[in-house]
Design a protein around this ligand. Structure first.
Ligand code: UDP
Length: 460
């Protein structure tokens, strides 16, 4: 029997990258004969294609990638990022159904990411044997999502209003507001509870993590008295790190510039595929970078005033040609030590370059993992989604990052200088670098493992 896997990703590079990597793993290491990946996207297939670059040009008849473009114009997508993406996945359901139905041979395994759990019901209806969810972020976020969904209303609201630590079974206790924005969480509560409840209707859950990165949380999922019972026995498989690796190809000018810089001397600054700062914050960051005196590569986006994730959807902003929003004379003053790149840069290649010494990041999970697999310590600067949890984890638990505070809602230039210097110059930074390099070794070991035996996929 030919084993065919159908994989579906919600919009955004942060979801495309890990699902494509998972597809490659299943094909190359888990005995699959064929993989078809569906990438749901907001009507901008050419842009997605150009960002995915080489991944799409590798011709392999057993690994097929198809886009499901959505026309979102005229739709009310006014909520938080999670609400918007979940709504888009809902809109895509009929397309997903007919695309999967048309596959030959019929897939025996179905995987969808956490934002598309409603498609599990479609897979059930199509009688696909094994249905899975891929969590493109941490095991801790999965723990949080399923635990909150398992609570009755009274207990849930008690937790939300409590100033004490959140008692997720078997997980390190942390106060809710340290890792979530309470008002935002309340706004997306219904969607988040639905997702948490749907996850446990899958036959199994894959998480983009590995044992040494999250030993406590993964241990709790394995324990029937802890998260094992919240999952109602649905197995959780750490399958990470699912990261793109630097591949030879056309060399970007940033890499030529990096070749000329000393080892571990450059700070790389990027807020992911959609993160944008306000005009005031962009100014503070520019002055802060200049004041550190360190070499830097900054992937800069035009400012967005209200919603830091706005440029994920507003492509017109990304196409702006000028950089007039940067402080007067900044580019000229920093031209010998800094390189400013608009909107997009080849991040995996940059982080793998030996001249990179630190990464100022919004803590999207893919960025965090890409930093770890290259042993690069971070300045954690969360903006939206679950990034506050990720920032907490890398700074407080893994001790591979300094974390900005943004006490007045803005990260001042003095704080930026302090955080960057901590990572690049101080004893604390040396320890972070050492810890990051140790984690890198464990990531390599995890990468070389076959996580799930073939028999698992063909069980009834
Ligand atoms: N990325 C990139 N170049 C950029 C910005 C982002 O290659 O200029 C890639 C990055 O390497 C990562 C993904 O896009 O693989 C972003 O995922 P992440 O989870 O870090 O953040 P998100 O964009 O989902 O907020």
């Amino acid at each position: 029997m030919e084993l065919h896997g159908a994989l579906v990703a919600s919009p955004g590079m942060g979801h495309f990258v890990p699902i494509l990597e998972l597809g490659k793993h299943l094909l190359n290491h888990h005995g699959f004969d064929r993989i078809t990946v569906f990438l749901v996207t907001d009507d901008d297939v050419p842009r997605s294609k150009s960002l995915l670059g080489k991944t799409l040009t590798e011709a392999d008849p057993k690994f097929v990638i198809r886009f499901i473009p959505l026309n979102v114009s005229g739709q009310d997508l006014s909520g938080s990022l999670l609400t918007k993406l979940a709504e888009m996945m809902r809109m895509a359901l009929p397309e997903i159904r007919s695309a999967v139905m048309g596959l030959e041979p019929q897939p025996g395994v179905f995987v969808v990411d956490l934002l598309g759990t409603e498609a599990l019901a479609v897979a059930k209806e199509l009688q696909i044997m094994r249905k899975h969810v891929l969590v493109t972020t941490s095991a801790w976020f999965l723990a949080f999502t399923v635990y909150m969904a398992s609570l009755d209303k009274m207990t849930l609201y008690k937790h939300l209003s409590s100033t004490g630590a959140l008692p997720i079974p078997g997980c390190s206790p942390v106060k809710f507001d340290r890792v979530q924005d309470p008002s935002k969480y309340i706004r997306e509560l219904a969607e988040s509870q639905r997702i948490g409840a749907e996850v446990i209707t899958a036959d199994g859950v894959f998480v983009n993590t590995w044992h040494n990165l999250e030993p406590v949380t993964i241990g709790s999922f394995l324990a029937p008295e802890n998260l094992g019972s919240v999952m109602r026995g649905v197995p959780v498989h750490p399958v990470g790190p699912l990261v793109r690796r630097a591949e030879p190809g056309v060399k970007h000018r940033v890499l030529d510039w990096l070749d000329l810089q000393p080892k571990e001397s450059v700070v790389y600054v990027s807020f992911g595929s959609g993160g944008a700062l306000t005009a005031e914050q962009t100014n503070e960051l520019a002055y802060g970078l200049e004041l550190t005196g360190h070499r830097f590569v900054w992937v800069v986006r035009p400012p967005a005033e209200d919603d830091p994730s706005a440029s994920m959807f507003d492509k017109t902003k990304n196409e702006t040609e000028t950089m007039e929003f940067l402080p007067n004379g900044f580019l000229n003053r920093t031209k010998d030590i800094g390189l400013v790149v608009q909107t997009w840069a080849p991040q995996e290649e940059i982080l793998a370059h030996e001249s990179i010494g630190g990464f100022v990041t919004h803590c999207g999970w893919n960025s965090v993992l890409e930093s770890i697999v290259n042993g690069v310590p971070m300045v954690a600067w969360p903006l939206y989604s679950e990034q506050k949890m990720n920032a907490w984890m890398v700074s407080e638990e893994l001790k591979i990052a300094s974390r900005v505070n943004a006490a007045d809602g803005i990260v001042k230039k003095e704080e930026i200088v302090e955080m960057v210097k901590k990572v690049m110059d101080q004893e604390e930074g040396k320890d972070m670098r050492k810890n990051a390099k140790e984690l890198k070794k464990t990531a390599e070991e995890a990468l070389n493992k076959t996580h799930i035996p073939f028999a698992y996929f063909i069980q009834n």
